[in-house]
Ligand binder design. Structure first.
Ligand code: AQP
Length: 330
C-alpha cells in the first residue's frame, strides 16, 4: 500500500487578467505539485465579487481564469479543478466560521486595509471584510494539509489555522490545521512601475504588471519601461529594490540563480538586461498563450473539466460541512 498523498488546496480570484506575479507566486508552484500531491485548485469567483464586477463580462472572466490554469500546464486528470460557486458548501461553512471569527482579527488583515484604500469604513462592503473567513472555509472544507500561495496570503492562512484550532477546541476535532507553502523566491513579485507595491491584477496602471495574455510587443514595451534603481549595476540587494525584482522574475522563469544572472550581466547596461528579461518572459508565455487559444476554441472540453471537478469536490466538501454542523449541534 502506498503512502497517502498530502492534500494541497489553493484558489485564484477571477478579478482580472492573471499576471506573472500570480504565475510565479502560485500557478508555477501548482504545476510542480500536481504529480506528488492530491491537488485541489479552484477559481475563486465568490471571492472576486467582493469588489465590483461587471455581470456582462464576469462569466467570461471566470472562464478565462479556468483556461489559464489549464494553459499553464495543470492536468485535469491529475488534479481536481473547479469553480468555487459550483460548490455551495463554501458559503455555508463560511457562515458557520463567521460565528467564531472576531471583528478584531479581521480588522488586522493587511489585505483588507490595502483594498479599503483609505475609504471610510462605513462605505466598505461586508464581503470584502469577511473575505478571509470565506478563504478559511475554502481550505478547511477539503481538509487541506498545505496551501501554496504567495507571501500576501500568509496572514490569511494564519487566520485559517486560528479558526480551525478554535473550532476544534470548542466543538471537537473537525478540521485539519493547514500549513502555508510559500516559494523561497518570487513569493512577492513587485510592480514594474513601483517596486514598493505588489504586482496586482487590480492595480490601475497596466504597466505595473505583465499579464499572461500580453502579446510579445506589449511585454517588450512594459519591460523596457520598468523602473530601475540609481547606479547602473545589475545586482540584487535591499538598496536595489527595482533591479532585485527584475532579477527575481528572470531567475524564477529561467531557472538560473540570481548570482549566475548577476555574473552574466556584470558590466552590462540596463538595455541589454531588459532585452534578455523580455526574451525569457516571452519564451515562458508563448506556449501558455498557444494552449489558451486552443482552449478558447474548445469550450465544451472546459465545460467537461469543470463538471468533473465540481462532481468530485462537492461530496468531499459536503462531508466536512456535515461534520461541522453536527459538531455544532445543527
Ligand atoms: N505579486 C505577486 N507575487 C507573488 N504571488 C502573488 N500572488 C498574487 N500577487 C502576487 C499570488 O497569486 C495567487 C492568487 O491571488 P488572488 O487572485 O487570490 O488574489 P491576490 O493575492 O489579491 O492577487 P492579485 O493579483 O493582487 O489580485 P487582486 O488585485 O485581484 O487582489 C495567490 O496565491 C497570491 O498569493
Amino acid at each position: 500500500m502506498g503512502k497517502e498523498r498530502k492534500r494541497v488546496l489553493s484558489g485564484i480570484q477571477a478579478t482580472g487578467n492573471l499576471h506573472i506575479g500570480n504565475y510565479i507566486g502560485a500557478l508555477r508552484q501548482f504545476i510542480g505539485l500536481q504529480d506528488g500531491y492530491d491537488c485541489h485548485f479552484f477559481v475563486a469567483d465568490l471571492h472576486a465579487i467582493t469588489v465590483p464586477q461587471d455581470p456582462k463580462e464576469y462569466a467570461s472572466r471566470i472562464r478565462n481564469a479556468v483556461n489559464i490554469h489549464l494553459a499553464c500546464g495543470l492536468d485535469p486528470d491529475k488534479i481536481t479543478l473547479f469553480r468555487q460557486s459550483d460548490v455551495p458548501a463554501h458559503a455555508e461553512l463560511a457562515w458557520l466560521l463567521n460565528t467564531i471569527a472576531t471583528m478584531g482579527e479581521l480588522k488586522r488583515m493587511t489585505q483588507f486595509k490595502d483594498k479599503a484604500g483609505g475609504k471610510a469604513e462605513a462605505s466598505l462592503g461586508v464581503g470584502l471584510f469577511d473575505y478571509p473567513v470565506l478563504m478559511a472555509a475554502d481550505i478547511l472544507l477539503y481538509q487541506a494539509d498545505l496551501v501554496p500561495v504567495g507571501e500576501d496570503q500568509k496572514q490569511h492562512i494564519e487566520l485559517t489555522r486560528d479558526l480551525a484550532e478554535r473550532f476544534n477546541r470548542r466543538f471537537g476535532k473537525t478540521f485539519r490545521v493547514p500549513k502555508p507553502m510559500i516559494p523561497k523566491l518570487g513569493a512577492r513579485v513587485m510592480g514594474l512601475d513601483d517596486p514598493s507595491a505588489k504586482m496586482s491584477k487590480s492595480a490601475e496602471t497596466e504597466g505595473s504588471r505583465i499579464e499572461l495574455t500580453d502579446p510579445e510587443d506589449v511585454v517588450r514595451r512594459k519591460v523596457s519601461r520598468a523602473v530601475t534603481d540609481s547606479g547602473s549595476d545589475i545586482t540584487s540587494g535591499k538598496d536595489k529594490p527595482a533591479v532585485s525584482n527584475l532579477l527575481t522574475i528572470m531567475s524564477t522563469l529561467s531557472g538560473d540563480g540570481v548570482p549566475t544572472l548577476e555574473k552574466r550581466f556584470s558590466g552590462k547596461g540596463y538595455k541589454e538586461f531588459k532585452e534578455a528579461l523580455a526574451d525569457v518572459i516571452v519564451t515562458t508565455l508563448r506556449p501558455i498563450q498557444r494552449t489558451l487559444e486552443e482552449l478558447e476554441g474548445n469550450p465544451s472540453y472546459v465545460d467537461e473539466v469543470l463538471e468533473k471537478g465540481a462532481a468530485k469536490a462537492r461530496p468531499e466538501a459536503e462531508k466536512t460541512l456535515a461534520a461541522a454542523k453536527s459538531a455544532m449541534g445543527l
